[in-house]
Design a protein around this ligand. Structure first.
Ligand code: GDP
Ligand code: MG
Length: 182
């Protein structure tokens, strides 16, 4: 095999949401298939990478930017968001008020970063209803569909970083969206 024919795409994806919703845990589960119940606050920003083989000649290097919950109150997000091609907004199903901030995170992203296309389109953004292992039947799918439509989310996923529910599905969906729109 001739490695030189393999094309590698670098995709920068933002992971945002309030403090403690499970951003770092989602990334840990997705990248290392690990879960840590101990809470370590992310300071500023952290990074993780995952290589995804798309086909025999196409590899994606997914760069996940783990942005601390409090950063929206500062002016750093504009710097962190630069050149991102997609985003994941996370809320915590066991703390329904974390859904209130979701709109603010989405607006923060839309107002500070755009795709490098002629229309300066907004980034594809997915919504994660995380910690679904803790609460059963708390989601009204019709309502969340409508919420996504009204706020410009491509899709929502019910996830658990603890047991892995829909973690891969969500990430793979977003990567597919990004590759389709460019
Ligand atoms: P972040 O501040 O958004 O990065 O949140 P963390 O990933 O640090 O998670 C905050 C706390 O919630 C930690 O104690 C995690 O172990 C816990 N946690 C994260 N995701 C889940 C989940 O899906 N289920 C449960 N039960 N706990 C979770
Ligand atoms: Mg964190």
């Amino acid at each position: 095999e001739d490695d030189s024919k393999v094309v590698e795409y670098l995709l920068k994806v933002l992971v945002v949401g309030d403090l403690g919703v499970g951003k770092t845990s989602f990334i840990q589960r997705y990248v290392h298939n690990m879960f840590d119940r101990e809470y370590k606050a992310t300071i500023g920003v952290d990074f993780a990478y995952k290589l995804i083989q798309i086909s025999s000649d196409k590899v994606v290097r997914l760069q996940l930017w783990d942005i601390a919950g409090q950063e929206r109150y500062g002016n750093m997000t504009r710097v962190y968001y630069k050149e991102a091609l997609g985003a994941i907004v996370v809320f915590d199903l066991s703390r329904p008020n974390t859904l209130d901030s979701v709109k603010k995170w989405k607006q923060d992203i839309d107002s500070k970063v755009r795709l490098p296309d002629a229309n300066e389109s907004p980034l594809p953004v997915i919504l994660l209803a995380n910690k679904c292992d803790l609460v059963k039947n708390s989601i009204n799918p019709t309502q969340l569909d409508l919420f996504c439509k009204e706020n410009g989310f491509v899709k929502w996923f019910e996830t658990s970083a603890k047991d892995g529910t829909h973690v891969e599905d969500a990430a793979n969906f977003l990567v597919k969206q990004i590759l389709e729109t460019d």
